[in-house]
Design a protein around this ligand. Sequence first.
Ligand code: GS8
Length: 220
Amino acid sequence: MEDEVILLDFWPSMFGLRVRIALAEKGVKYEYKEEDLVNKKKSDLLLQMNPVHKTIPVLVHNGKPICESSIIVQYIDEVWKDKAPLLPSDPYQRAQAKFWVDYIDKKVNSPGTKTWCTKGEEQEAGKEFVEIMKTLEEQLGEKPYFGGETFGFVDISLITYYCWFYSYEKFGNFSLEAECPKLIEWAKRCAQKESVLKTLPDEKKVFGFCIEMRKMFGLD
Ligand code: GS8
């Protein structure tokens, strides 16, 4: 029987984008269902499939939900294991990859969001964001990808922020190209991959979304 795969998502979500890239890497066909998070109209399916957090992304595989983007990416890697491994098989390397994804999960989103979603804190948040990117750039070192020669779990977890960099830079008033040139080279390398290229939305579209949201929140 064919697998039934449904993804509950929201187009600019860096978390949902991780799942879309992982599914593209594995060549998995799925049905995409957009949630109307802007108007806070969550579908009954979302509330039923993720009653704990009520957040996207949710992957519904043969009727069963999997929640939390980094857990979903690991699940995808385990279920569709024959194609394009995303996590290393070596236990130590695997633990390292999970450590860095955990770091990204704990550190990146909050200062990133503060650059465009606050009034008066934008520049401070920008500085904090740059420091975190510098730590990640140091971890990347001279390698083409975080795990070495191939695109994997850590790359997927961070590259989905790439389409947000433009907005963070504009509102936070900084330049990542100037501050972290190696990291930007890495991002451009990742963006050449079909799974990433075809998945990430245009940075200007994301910027337009930020402008709309700022208006909606009464910030501008
Ligand atoms: C975060 C998901 C999330 O914040 C993950 O999947 O990695 N740790 C989770 N989803 C947001 C949209 S993206 O900003 C969401 O669903 N928000 C709706 C809400 O909070 O009500």
